[in-house]
Design a protein around this ligand. Sequence first.
Ligand SMILES: C[S@@+](CC[C@H](N)C(=O)[O-])C[C@H]1O[C@@H](n2cnc3c(N)ncnc32)[C@H](O)[C@@H]1O
Length: 230
Amino acid sequence: MSSSADKVDYDDMRLDRTGQAEAFDALGERYDEAFPHKEGQVASAEWLGASLAAGSRVLDLGCGTGTPTARQLAEAGFEVVGVDLSDGMVSLARQQVPAGEFHRADIADLRPGGPLDLGRFDAVAAFFSLLMLPRAEIPLALRTVHHLLVPGGLFALSMVEADVDDFSIPFIGENIRVSGYLRDELRDVVEGAGFEITDESSYTYAPATADVQPEVQIFLRCRRRPADDS
Ligand SMILES: C[S@@+](CC[C@H](N)C(=O)[O-])C[C@H]1O[C@@H](n2cnc3c(N)ncnc32)[C@H](O)[C@@H]1O
């Protein structure tokens, strides 16, 4: 299969995570206070809950505090694994979702042949975590998700609609770098990484703090298409 992700590889890039985990370490529980309404995440995880067999393995990629998603998936009876770059977020997730298994790791660590092999999953959720990667890396992260899923596995993704690449923004008293796409391009990037998009919804979101700008959130429900590397 040919896609934009075939053009670059992790070997071609120098990963710069400067400040990204530190910002979330410093935020701690303030993150959930600033983003108290997570209807999109809840609805997407409900879709996974309704679509998967009991006991399915689900990965929460960039799990943050573990709420609502890892907790919701664990309460639905799934085997939940969470991964996050921030020690602080992983500690909170372990406290809030004792039934889950959490790893402090980088999305890039999960790439095929990478240092962290967590096996295959029936579904992956990545809510507002891929937007913390530079654009050149997002197709690679999507290929990693594809690799982590069983054939036909489900992928719930959310991003903020924005035409930016590795752009520094103030965020609840910290600075983080974010990337995004306008929605047609997002669809192209996701489909190009080997996914069928089965549903799309968007929310206009005003965070509960003046430090964060209102945003348009896009939620995609996807299914892994077969590929040669499965
Ligand atoms: C905006 S928060 C979203 C948290 C949660 N998914 C939610 O929807 O509330 C982004 C999360 O991605 C994590 N993150 C950022 N870059 C990452 C990376 N390269 N690998 C793994 N996690 C990362 C951050 O530490 C943070 O917890």
